[in-house]
Design a protein around this ligand. Structure first.
Ligand code: 4AD
Ligand code: MG
Length: 433
């Protein structure tokens, strides 16, 4: 049998066997007749030991030439070793250099965030970024699985759109064959019609907001998952938010143990979320609580970033803030029947200062109300005619929410700034790489 080419994730199946592994030199050090190469291949890290008396002189000489991030193919016997991270090391018999890398820009010393972001294409190779990307991937898979198993249909919403969904101040405009198009701020307006066609739907894709603020919680391009459900009312929506968040967090805790350890994430702070049972606070209660905690917020004000942090510090799991003043929220929300000045809106705030990760609402099902809202929000009526059709042809109660993936990743990973929660962040001052 020829020698298998394997990944570091597959070592356990090959103990005692000679294998070849392809990857990059993460690090190396020498000690007398020994050379220790830490190889990374995208799946893990492996210590490879070159012992001079046991290898051809050519292999030893090759080992001497190595530099950080050189690409190599290493052959050797997989040896179980309790002291080795991962439980195995490779006793090297062959070493082939694919390319010797010049000095890697990201060295051992501390680099500032700008330097690292300018080298994002290389920074992704670091242990920390590797772990974050793995958590993100698992989270996205958990989200799709959540909806798939509950019989939702995936509806891919368009990115080029004729109108605003979440306010006109953060629209990216582009010329579109003599017309103006906008990059989508949310797939919601397209999901509502789809919910009438398919009952339970969701979209999951990139979303764009020309956010002029430089905060750690805002990207100009981010990924959002948005479910929309026919016949779902506000209370059911709150339950859905809770079930969704607790399940996806539980799944990531279960499947990303090593990645979270590498990130030195205190997972005891995430476990309560997996149990569900999220506190629910009416907006008025939230304002009163904030005042008692020393905030100068007044009834009618939106919660600022500091307020969100202050409030979430009181709980060990996400908190649902409900029934905001309608004036603070988007045009499409259903007024609260018991007080029409409030909207049947919910924001879910994540603990540890992460702030809002979900925004959702019951949708207005009244044609007249929506017509008034579109006028009141100064939105171009012509661009919304098709949307209003959903209230003309079999209007129905429905509700949904949107969650920004990066905010959820940042929270789960314990990363303070969203720029590390997406492979290639887009920020007000950053379009590169
Ligand atoms: O609260 P938002 O604006 O709600 C909507 O877009 C609704 N149409 C969603 C719906 O009901 N279908 O945004 C939803 C979430 C926020 O809670 C936040 O997690 C994320 O999207 N988000 C951002 N994430 C990163 N950068 C930004 N600039 C974001 N703006 C919103
Ligand atoms: Mg919001």
């Amino acid at each position: 049998m020829s020698r298998p080419i394997i990944t570091i994730a597959e070592l356990a199946k090959h103990a005692g066997q000679e294998v070849t592994i392809r990857g990059w030199v993460y690090n190396w050090r020498k000690k007398g007749k020994l050379r220790f190469i830490i190889l990374r291949d995208g799946f893990g890290y492996l210590q490879c030991v070159v012992f001079r008396p046991e290898v051809d002189e050519s292999v030893w000489e090759t080992a001497v030439e190595l530099t950080q991030e050189s690409s190599v193919e290493i052959t050797g016997v997989v040896a179980a070793d309790e002291r080795a991270p991962g439980g195995f090391e490779l006793k090297v018999s062959g070493l082939e250099i694919i390319q010797i890398a010049p000095e890697f820009p990201i060295g051992k010393k501390d680099h500032g965030p700008d330097f690292l972001l300018n080298h994002r294409h290389l920074w992704l190779r670091s242990k920390r970024q590797h772990a974050i990307m793995r958590v993100r991937s698992e989270l996205e898979f958990a989200i799709r699985d959540f909806f798939q198993r509950r019989d939702y249909t995936l509806i891919d919403s368009p990115i080029l759109t004729p109108a605003a969904c979440e306010g006109t101040s953060t629209l990216f405009e582009t010329e579109y064959f003599g017309e103006t198009a906008f990059l989508s701020q949310s797939g919601q307006l397209y999901l509502e019609p789809a919910a009438a066609a398919l009952g339970k739907v969701y979209c999951f894709g990139p979303t764009f907001r020309a956010e002029k603020s430089k905060t750690r919680r805002h990207l100009t391009e981010f990924w959002m998952v948005e479910p929309e459900v026919a016949w779902l009312r506000f209370d059911g929506l709150l339950d859905l938010c809770e079930e969704f968040l607790s399940e996806i967090v539980a799944r990531v805790l279960d499947r990303c143990t090593e990645d979270l350890e590498r990130l030195e994430r205190d997972v005891s702070k995430l476990r309560p979320t997996a149990d569900g049972d999220f506190p629910r606070l009416d907006y008025a209660e939230a304002v009163a609580k904030l005042k008692a905690l020393g905030s100068d917020i007044q009834f009618g004000d939106d919660l600022g970033g500091d307020d969100e942090t202050l409030l979430t510090e009181q709980f060990d799991r996400p908190v649902l803030i409900t029934r905001y003043p309608a004036d603070l929220k988007a045009f499409y929300m259903q007024p609260d029947p018991s007080d029409p000045s409030r909207a049947l809106a919910v924001d879910v705030l994540a603990p540890e200062g992460c702030g809002e990760i979900i925004g959702g609402s019951e949708r207005s099902d009244s044609l007249e109300h929506l017509e008034r809202q579109i006028a009141a929000h100064d939105l171009p009526r012509e661009s919304f005619e098709w949307y209003l059709d959903i209230r003309r042809y079999g209007s129905f109660p429905h509700a949904g929410f949107g969650m920004g993936i990066e905010r959820c990743v940042a929270w789960i990973c314990g990363v303070p700034h969203l720029r590390e929660a997406i492979p290639y962040p887009r920020l007000i001052n950053r379009l590169n790489p």
